[in-house]
Design a protein around this ligand. Structure first.
Ligand SMILES: [Cu+2]
Length: 432
């Protein structure tokens, strides 16, 4: 997705006249709703722009040698997935805020307008900035009062994956969504620059079923676990063509949790943190990277295995959405009579089935207002029993406009299915 109309308007007609909005407009043209995200063209940029699935880049204009950005902190009505919305706080009409992108050595000037009902500030997480630009309310600056616009200005002295977030009343303001990614490209592009470059920001929310205001008072039982502020099936897949080098920049600004992000079908190396590039001699292959809260981990791999591959937090309760943790354990119990009785009084509730949540999967009759199923969505082989912090990496021979919505078709002989009697007999398996 490209910049919203509102972001483009916020940059003013002058920037359009200078052709500086071309990038945002092009990005929108290239990625119509539902189409596969293509790597954006470099155009006149000295780097290949990052793709933020379900997100956008923050437009900028160049004034006297500085790149000028404008963030507007404000209330945003946000959709986590179809049917599940929240009254959140974000930037420029988005939750999370748009991704800021620039180049090592750039002088950036970032205006922050506060349209929230409370004071705020913005911290540039991981960036080497002058102390007075660090954005910690009370320590490095006075808070930005409602209606005020602050100016931050600094030269980017490093490259890598960073973040920005409120650093004033953090517990409340980050729980409400005030955060975004900040990508700084190297001044000199490396020869082995990736073909696909994605940015994902992890966060967590407490949104009681039937409510729309995230609860910042929650300390442990977060029930909406997000990638770029979306839960599966609302997460946009990541695509890559066979043989392409893929980079995924993963940031975590969850209030209380670290997330082990697991990728199926291949292995990767963690090449950068928000502290810098990891020397090649210090990298090792792995399939799960722990992204502690308040950090970024950048992984790279070659897309060498075609298919639809799950990428998700490996904490099983983090691939649930609005999971009720107070429910009794009914595994092995037949609750049908209780269910019928309960349904007479509270039609919107149902107990977890005796065989686990799969019993109720896809049963739309049990979903309360403003909520999405605890788990999943329709897949090519039935219901996908994961929700929350889950997305799909789609690797294909070639990528076209249908890749993002089409499911992988396994070639003959490569699809798990019921064993035939002849196969069981051949291999001496007694199933009964
Ligand atoms: Cu997690």
């Amino acid at each position: 997705m490209g910049a919203t109309r509102r972001e483009i308007l916020a940059m003013g007609a002058g920037a359009a006249a200078l052709g500086l909005l071309g990038r945002a407009a092009r990005a929108e043209d290239e990625n119509p709703a539902g189409a596969a995200p293509k790597p954006p063209a470099r155009g006149s940029l000295p780097y290949r722009p990052v793709v933020t699935p379900n997100g956008a880049a923050l437009p900028f204009r160049e004034v006297g040698g500085a790149k000028v950005f404008h963030l507007v902190a404000e209330e945003v009505e946000h959709e986590f997935a179809p049917g599940l919305n929240g009254h959140c706080w974000g930037y420029n009409g988005r939750v999370h805020g748009p991704t800021i992108e620039a180049v090592e050595g750039d002088l950036v000037r970032i205006y922050v307008t506060n349209r929230l009902p409370v004071s705020t500030s913005v911290h540039w997480h991981g960036l080497y900035v002058p102390s007075g630009m660090d954005g910690v309310g009370g320590l490095s600056q006075r808070p930005i009062e409602p209606g005020e616009t602050f100016k931050y200005e600094f030269t980017l002295r490093q490259h890598g994956t960073f973040m920005y977030h409120s650093h004033h009343d953090e517990m409340v303001q980050m729980a409400m969504g005030l955060m975004g990614m900040f990508v700084v490209h190297p001044r000199k592009q490396p020869a082995a620059a990736p073909d696909r470059d994605y940015a994902l920001l992890l966060s967590e929310w407490a949104l009681k079923p039937g409510t729309r205001r995230p609860d910042p008072n929650e300390m442990t039982d977060f029930n909406v676990l997000t990638m770029n502020a979306r839960v599966f099936p609302g997460t946009e897949p990541l695509v890559a063509a066979l043989g392409e080098r893929v980079r995924i920049r993963i940031g975590n600004l969850s209030g209380m949790d670290h997330h082990p992000i697991h990728l199926h079908g291949t292995s990767f190396q963690t090449v950068e943190t928000d502290g810098g590039v990891i020397p090649e001699s210090a990298r090792w292959p792995e399939t799960t990277v722990l992204v502690p809260t308040g950090s970024t981990r950048t992984i790279e791999f070659v897309a060498d295995n075609p298919g639809d591959w799950a990428m998700h937090c490996h904490m099983t309760h983090h691939v649930m959405t609005q999971m009720g943790h107070g429910i009794p354990n009914l595994i092995g119990v037949d609750p049908s009579e209780f269910d019928m009785e309960l349904a007479r009084h509270v039609p919107s509730l149902a107990a977890m089935g005796q065989m686990g949540l799969d019993d109720d999967a896809g049963d739309e009759a049990v979903i309360p207002p403003n909520s999405t199923p605890m788990i999943g969505g329709d897949g090519p082989h039935g219901y996908i029993t994961m929700g929350g912090m889950f997305t799909v990496v789609k690797i294909r021979d070639r990528i076209d406009d249908t890749t993002a919505r089409d499911w992988y078709r396994a070639p003959a002989g490569t699809q798990a299915d019921v064993a035939t009697a002849a196969e069981l007999a051949r291999d001496g398996i007694r199933a009964r």
